[in-house]
Design a protein around this ligand. Structure first.
Ligand code: NAG
Length: 250
C-alpha cells in the first residue's frame, strides 16, 4: 500500500510522466475536447463553410459536420441533402416515409429499431441529435424477421435541420450499401458512394407512390465532405461529393 507520502509523490510523478508521453505524439485532431466535432484544417478538397446556400444551411457554420457520429469520433458521410425547396410534403416526416417508399425503401420492420442509433450535428442549435428515420431497401417481413436485414442492401438515415439556428427544414441523409448480415452489417467496399448514387438515380429518374408522382433535380457539391477515409466509419473511402436533391411533385 502506498500510505507513505513519498510513495504517493512518486506515483504522482510517474503518472504525470506517463500521461505526458501518451498524449504528446498523437495526431492533432485527437486532441480536441471530447464531445466537440474536430476542428480540422480544410484539406483534401474540403472547403470552408458555404454562407449562401438556398434550401439548406451548411452545418459547419455552427459547429456541425458532414460526418454523422457513429461512434464518438468516427462517422458516416451525410452524402445527400433534400433541400427545403422540395415538395413541402416530402419535408414532413410522414411525407418522407412515403416518398422513401416511392424510391424502393421501407421503414424498419414492425417499427423495431434494431441496431445502433447514429447522431448528427447539423449546426442548427440542437447539437448532436439521434436520427429521425432509418429506411432500408425492400425489406420484407418473414417469420418475424426482416429479409433485408439478412441479405444486406441499401439503407439510409435521415435527420431534419430544424433547430432555431438553422431552421431550413431540409433533410440530411447518410446513405450506404451494406453487405449481408453474415458479415455483420458491414458497409461494402465503396458502399457510401454506391448508397448515395443509388438514391440519386432513383430520385432523378422519377418515382411514384399511391397516386403521387415526384422527380428530383440534383446538384452536386464538392468540398463539404473531406474526400477519403479520414474519420469515416469502417475506414471506407468516399469521394467527398454531396448530392443536393430538390424533389418536385409532378
Ligand atoms: C425536428 O424534426 C424532427 C423530425 O420530424 C422531429 O422529430 C423533431 O421534433 C423536430 N424538432 C424540432 C425542434 O422542431
Amino acid at each position: 500500500m502506498a500510505s507513505n507520502p513519498a510513495h504517493i509523490l512518486l506515483l504522482l510523478i510517474l503518472s504525470l510522466f506517463i500521461s505526458q508521453s501518451i498524449s504528446s505524439p498523437v495526431d492533432q485532431t485527437v486532441l480536441n475536447s471530447p464531445g466537440e466535432p474536430a476542428r480540422e484544417p480544410y484539406e483534401h478538397g474540403e472547403r470552408p463553410p458555404l454562407a449562401d446556400t438556398v434550401g439548406w444551411v451548411d452545418p459547419r457554420l455552427n459547429g456541425g459536420r458532414f460526418l454523422d457520429f457513429t461512434t464518438r469520433r468516427l462517422g458516416e458521410p451525410l452524402n445527400i441533402i433534400i433541400s427545403s425547396l422540395s415538395d413541402p410534403f416530402v419535408l414532413t416526416e410522414d411525407g418522407l416515409h412515403i416518398y422513401t417508399k416511392s424510391i424502393g425503401f421501407s421503414e424498419e420492420c414492425f417499427g423495431m429499431h434494431y441496431g445502433h442509433i447514429h447522431e448528427a450535428h447539423l449546426g442548427d442549435g440542437l447539437g448532436r441529435k439521434g436520427e429521425h428515420f432509418l429506411a432500408r431497401q425492400h425489406y420484407m417481413p418473414i417469420i418475424g424477421t426482416c429479409w433485408e436485414s439478412v441479405r444486406g442492401g441499401h439503407h439510409f438515415r435521415a435527420w431534419k435541420q430544424n433547430g432555431t439556428l438553422a431552421n431550413s427544414g431540409a433533410w440530411f441523409l447518410g446513405a450506404s450499401k451494406e453487405q449481408d448480415s453474415s458479415r455483420n452489417h458491414k458497409i461494402t467496399k465503396d458502399g457510401y458512394n454506391l448508397g448515395r448514387d443509388y438514391i440519386v438515380e432513383r430520385a432523378t429518374a422519377g418515382s411514384r407512390w399511391k397516386g403521387m408522382w415526384w422527380k428530383a433535380e440534383v446538384q452536386w457539391q464538392d468540398g463539404l465532405l473531406q474526400k477519403g477515409k479520414r474519420g469515416v466509419n469502417h475506414g471506407i473511402p468516399q469521394d467527398g461529393r454531396v448530392a443536393v436533391l430538390t424533389v418536385n411533385r409532378l
